[in-house]
Ligand binder design. Structure first.
Ligand code: SF4
Length: 472
């Protein structure tokens, strides 16, 4: 459902966030964080695990070419087929081609952020193929005609009453606002689809290069249904999801569920290596793995930005982010939101289309403190802000000329002591007509973006003057 945006209007959206979203998001994320804290308390080696995970992810990225080759070898040896997709369009065409070859009318989907990234559902719709999301949260937002608003809980912004209303309208059933009953309704609606679908589409949490194994971590049984019932299983996965071996996987699995929902382990952790070997075994007849690049190779060339690819999509950075918790996921304009979205989208879509996102942060660093693979999110945000304003070898500057001039002026003022001193003497005088009781209620544009939501403290004079007075 997530269309590839040509421009993400974070600031515009943030000003019109529906009032129900922050409350629903904060309630759910607080629960996850509470559980996470309990799990960490049980693990004295938590910090060592984080460091090990960070090292494993970085090592894999720096040697990605050889691990990808190994993965391809192993998947092929296990009877599967690997396809390489340079961009979203190539990935869509590969999956559509497979669907047409097998005369697919209905496909069931599970756990696939990569298919959100390539907007596969839309392509299927255009081709007249029904694609059904089977994760409960994804099923709900698909019915509502929306994209995900959180990495692991896509319908986090919706209350049970809204979901009941949606089921009544779209499924024509009597749906009480009771989570157990709503789940039962979804299960009944989906069962038929599982049994009749000709194609199962999945993503993967990890791909183990050592054996060519696809790993799916989920709390619902739909993962196994999607990947074993239909005769054709197609997995669309980012090239960054590869891990070297089972030992590395163990470290990452220990961190993933605990960081995401605060569980020790999720209900289902499924491992799939190729299609079924012989008739009578369960599993698909054919297994295809579509490896999606879509800008990732380019990100790898940037020594600062590339750490974004260490992400294991636990969603914890969203749960702690004061900005995300107040605006929800849709403000980030694409399938991935929160702090990880703010550093991923500008690098994939480009800093022209997503230039507002690196600024969608207070830089408090809460995300860095919790990230299980130690991604320096704030450092990458600053790096991308610089790219937006000044440009670099990866992308030219994309900020408006006025913002760029302002930034240059600021850099000059802070870099030349006498100019800084003069500014601190002039500013209180210039601001005096706007200030009342030490606060300014409305600043002129473009600074009015601040005062539209909160007052600005009147400039009271510089540190030097204060120090001088104090010494006297
Ligand atoms: S950036 Fe870190 S905390 Fe955020 S989703 Fe990725 S792994 Fe989790």
């Amino acid at each position: 459902m997530s269309e590839t945006p040509s421009y993400i209007e974070f600031a515009e959206y943030s000003e019109h966030v529906p009032t129900n979203i922050p409350a629903a998001v904060q309630q759910a994320t607080a629960r996850f964080l509470g559980n996470r804290q309990l799990r960490i308390g049980e693990m004295p080696q938590w910090e060592e695990l984080r460091q090990a995970a960070s090292d494993i992810r970085l090592h894999t990225l720096l040697n990605l070419d050889s691990y990808l080759e190994k993965l391809e070898q192993q998947v092929t040896q296990a009877g599967g087929t690997v396809h390489w997709a340079e961009d979203a369009e190539a990935a869509r065409q590969i999956v559509l081609g497979l669907a047409r070859q097998h005369n697919v009318k209905t496909a069931v989907k599970v756990k696939s952020m990569a298919t959100e990234e390539i907007n596969l559902n839309h392509a299927f719709e255009q081709a007249g193929i029904e694609a059904i999301e089977t994760d409960l949260g994804e099923f709900i937002i698909q019915l509502a005609g929306m994209g995900p608003s959180h990495i692991i809980v896509p319908a986090v912004h919706m209350k049970k009453e809204e979901i009941a209303q949606l089921f009544q309208e779209k499924l024509g059933v009597d749906a009480p606002p009771d989570p157990i009953k709503l789940t039962a309704i979804a299960r009944t609606a989906l069962r038929e689809k599982f049994l009749n679908a000709e194609m199962g589409i999945s993503g993967a949490n990890f791909l183990v290069a050592e054996t060519g194994t696809l790993v799916i971590v989920t709390n619902e049984g739909n993962g196994r249904m999607c990947t074993t019932l239909p005769d054709l299983h197609v997995a669309v996965v980012g090239i960054d999801k590869v891990v070297p071996d089972w030992e590395s996987l163990t470290v990452l699995l220990k961190l993933l569920a605990r960081s995401a929902t605060g569980q020790k382990i999720t209900t289902y952790t499924s491992f799939m290596t190729g299609p079924r070997r012989q008739e009578g075994e369960s599993g698909p007849k054919e297994f295809h793995l579509v490896m999606l690049d879509n800008g990732r190779s380019k990100i790898l060339q940037d020594p600062v930005g590339r750490d974004v690819l260490k992400c294991i999509r636990c969603g914890c950075c969203l749960n702690v982010c004061p900005v995300y918790k107040n605006v929800g996921g849709y403000a980030y304009g694409w399938f991935i939101s929160g702090p990880i979205g703010a550093i991923f989208s500008p690098q994939v879509l480009g800093t022209e289309a997503a230039r507002e996102l690196p600024f969608a942060s207070s830089l408090c660093g809460a995300c860095v403190d919790v990230c299980p693979v130690k991604i320096p999110i704030t450092q990458i945000l600053l790096h991308l802000r610089r790219r937006v304003v000044e440009g670099d070898s990866i992308a030219p500057a994309s900020a408006a000329p006025m913002v760029r001039s302002g930034a240059k002026l600021g850099a000059l003022a802070f870099g030349v002591p006498w100019l800084y001193k003069l500014g601190t003497q002039l500013l209180p005088v210039l601001m005096a007509p706007l200030a009342k009781a030490g606060w300014i209620k409305a600043l002129p544009a473009p600074a009015n973006r601040w005062t539209r939501v909160r007052p600005f403290p009147a400039f009271a004079g510089g540190f030097r003057q204060w120090w001088h007075r104090r010494k006297k």
